[in-house]
Design a protein around this ligand. Structure first.
Ligand code: AMP
Ligand code: MG
Length: 330
């Protein structure tokens, strides 16, 4: 069974064809990059998506042997995300679904980050740590749904990195720029560390890091300190959650999972408690069509299709509002 997945929640428009939830045949993505110092402007990102959709779709259905792939199912990211961006992906998906007369499957973008990571890593029933622009959540699966065991109380880990990078005039993606500069820093600056039970709160840390920058601390040291504090806070919350839930696997997914230092910190928490650790490979860590195609395959196998008229987008959609009956995985 071939599933065509379309991603368009925020900065990336992507499409991918996968076979079941096992083999990625194509995965073509284009990311809108705002000018340095600026955040994502929803309308401009959606214009990028509308402009690029044609050529992305064309490449995504091109079989590696030169023929054309014939998807059995069309999946699209229905939310959460930026309304104007979501609507471009949903419109393209509806058009293809009605033209090819193939079923349409809405996918939750956060669930999809975990589905692709679980499929590639053959993970069964983990403590999942989802860190991206849209999410900072510690999750366990219980009774058909992901349950949020810990989360950010204010901004996400991706947000604090991107917002600090914008203040420091670093190029996007902010997290990558900060990771590179942090390697050259060594002085641990005094910055607030806020963990509340299994939750973290990052906005005070952001304000203090920007203040350090404005008081002429070396940007390398601020990046180093920002990473150390932000990642240690998350590691503490993950460790507490792991002890409480007694899961035997820890899964790290989402765009910030690209960060080598974060990976090592979460790996060390997992191993200290006898749990195995798996992180999404770098090329699938950020938003991409393949995550939607994997999740769409699984959702279709559980008959979670919708009619064209009911194919809404949901800009605000929590992970724990979605049925995910395919977990634990075999
Ligand atoms: P996503 O929303 O899943 O596409 O993830 C995007 C987020 O990942 C953005 O906040 C980026 O700054 C962040 N990101 C990308 N590469 C890295 C990296 N090497 N280290 C930390 N964060 C990163
Ligand atoms: Mg994402």
């Amino acid at each position: 069974m071939l599933c065509l997945g379309i991603e368009s929640t925020a900065h990336t428009f992507g499409a991918s064809v996968v076979e079941d939830d096992e083999r990625i045949i194509t995965n073509v993505n284009s990311t809108y990059r705002p000018p340095a110092g600026m955040g994502i402007h929803p309308r401009k990102a959606s214009e990028h998506h509308a402009g690029i959709a044609d050529s992305i779709m064309e490449k995504a259905i091109l079989s590696p042997d030169g023929g054309q792939l014939d998807p059995d199912v069309i999946a699209y990211s229905a939310g959460p995300g930026l309304g104007p961006c979501l609507r471009i992906g949903a419109t393209v998906a509806r058009a293809i679904s009605s033209f090819l007369k193939k079923p349409l499957v809405p996918v939750h973008h956060g669930v999809a980050h975990l589905d692709i990571a679980m499929s590639l890593g053959q993970v069964h029933d983990p403590l999942a740590v989802l860190v991206s622009g849209g999410h900072t959540s510690i999750l366990v699966h219980m009774g058909k749904r992901w349950r949020v065991y810990g989360e950010t109380q204010d901004i996400t880990l991706g947000n604090i990195l991107d917002m600090f990078a914008r203040e420091a005039k670093l190029p996007a993606p902010g997290g990558l720029s900060i990771e590179n500069l942090a390697k050259k820093g060594s002085r641990l600056l005094r910055l607030p560390y806020t963990v509340k039970g299994n939750d973290v709160a990052y906005s005070g840390l952001l304000t203090a890091a920007i203040s350090q920058l404005n008081h002429r601390a070396a940007v390398e040291d601020v990046c180093f300190s920002l990473q150390e504090i932000a990642f240690s806070m998350l590691s503490e919350a993950v460790e507490r959650s792991l002890v409480q839930t007694r899961r035997k696997e820890v899964l790290l997914a989402g765009g910030v999972a690209a960060n080598t230092h974060l990976k090592e910190m979460i790996r060390s928490v997992a191993e200290d408690h006898g749990a195995s650790f798996y992180s999404i490979p770098l090329q699938y860590s950020g938003d991409c069509g393949a995550q939607i195609a994997f999740s769409g395959s699984l959702a279709f196998a559980h008959d979670m299709k919708v009619s064209n008229e009911n194919s809404h987008v949901i800009p605000r959609w929590r992970m724990d509002e979605v049925d995910v009956p395919w977990i634990p995985r075999d």
